[in-house]
Design a protein around this ligand. Structure first.
Ligand SMILES: [Zn+2]
Length: 333
């Protein structure tokens, strides 16, 4: 498999010295989806967090609908045909229906009602595994009740810059008869292309993070968002098919990656675990995880006209640099 790229050069006259200077833009094409991405020289576009997240947590705690005093009264229950108890509780995690539905089955799951303040570095394997497990249980319950709802995904908007409207950390699940655009594109990728991609990345090594048993992790060659990672679970095509063991393994990798993000100074992220319909031959369950801008007053959004309107990534952290920073965490596991 070829990793397609085109190196472009921009020329300009330096306003200070009057001399000709050149900047390099590395345009890369994602081997799975064909999306392209521009890797820019380091311009400091993603500064480390200098925001007092804990103080903001205290500001947002009163009235939070996901905190213990209010979650029982203010969050909608699941319909009885999906879950007779109305909520799915595993460990500290609690799943309920999303008040603002994005699909015919839209669920929110908090890591813990008690953990209103939960920085990225505090997202442990246990918290992630239990929260993922509530979403897996929800996807299974929906698919059992409505066989046409075959497209499941588990997602996260973590902190306001990522799109989260509430401070209290949570995941979101979608189970629907309709795929999202990326679900459809990924499900259409021929299985042998996934194999060729992972073989090529494993051989190249410079973006390969490692595998945790059955789940393998790699930094995206052509990221749509900063410090973007991908994980693949071969032999499983829907979140609904994740066993407790695989859910825990996925959580382990997520905790390693998020611990690395925290060390890099990032406090906001998105992830998506893109399910294809159960029975889709050769589709490995895929996850994408990426940083978002840090919360601060008048912060710069990392999502520009390029990402939103051209569907083109533009990042100033080379994927190979991200792999060097995060790689050791996966190698010792
Ligand atoms: Zn809260």
């Amino acid at each position: 498999m070829d990793f397609r790229r085109e190196l472009l050069t921009a020329e300009m006259i330096d306003p200070g010295t009057g001399e000709l200077v050149r900047a390099r833009v590395d345009v890369r094409v994602d081997p799975l989806t064909g999306h392209s991405s521009r890797i820019l020289p380091d311009r400091g576009l993603m500064p480390a967090s200098d925001f007092d997240l804990e103080a903001f947590a205290e500001q947002t705690r009163p009235g939070c609908p996901f905190c213990p005093d209010r979650i029982g009264q203010l969050t909608p229950k699941l319909p009885p045909g999906i879950c007779p108890d109305g909520r799915i509780v595993i460990g500290e995690a609690v799943l309920f229906a999303n008040l603002h539905a994005y699909s015919s089955h839209s669920a929110v799951s908090v890591y813990s009602p008690e953990r209103h303040y939960l920085p990225v570095g505090g997202l442990t394997r246990r918290l992630l595994a239990d929260n993922l497990a509530t979403q897996v249980a929800h996807a299974r319950a929906v698919m059992a009740a409505e066989p046409g709802s075959v497209w499941a995904s588990i997602n996260a908007n973590h902190m306001l810059p990522s799109g989260s409207s509430l401070f209290h950390p949570h995941m979101q699940g979608i189970v629907d008869s309709q795929p999202t655009t990326l679900q459809r594109m990924l499900a259409d990728v021929p299985p042998e292309r996934f194999d060729a991609y992972l073989d090529a990345e494993r051989r190249a090594g410079e973006r390969w993070l490692g595998d945790t048993g059955r789940v393998c992790w790699v930094v995206s060659y052509a990221p749509i968002a900063p410090a973007e990672l991908r994980a693949f679970v071969p032999g499983v095509c829907s979140p609904a098919q994740l066993t407790a063991e695989l859910t825990d393994e996925l959580a382990h990798g997520l905790a390693l990656a998020l611990g690395g993000y925290a060390e890099m100074g990032f406090e906001s992220f998105n992830f998506a675990l893109y399910g294809a319909p159960p029975g889709t031959t050769g589709y490995p369950l895929n996850l994408r995880l990426a940083c978002r801008s840090n919360l601060r007053e008048f912060y710069r959004s990392d999502s520009t006209f390029l990402e939103r309107l051209h569907w083109e990534g533009a990042v100033d952290q080379a994927p190979e640099h991200v792999a060097r920073v995060l790689g050791d965490r996966f190698r010792v596991c």
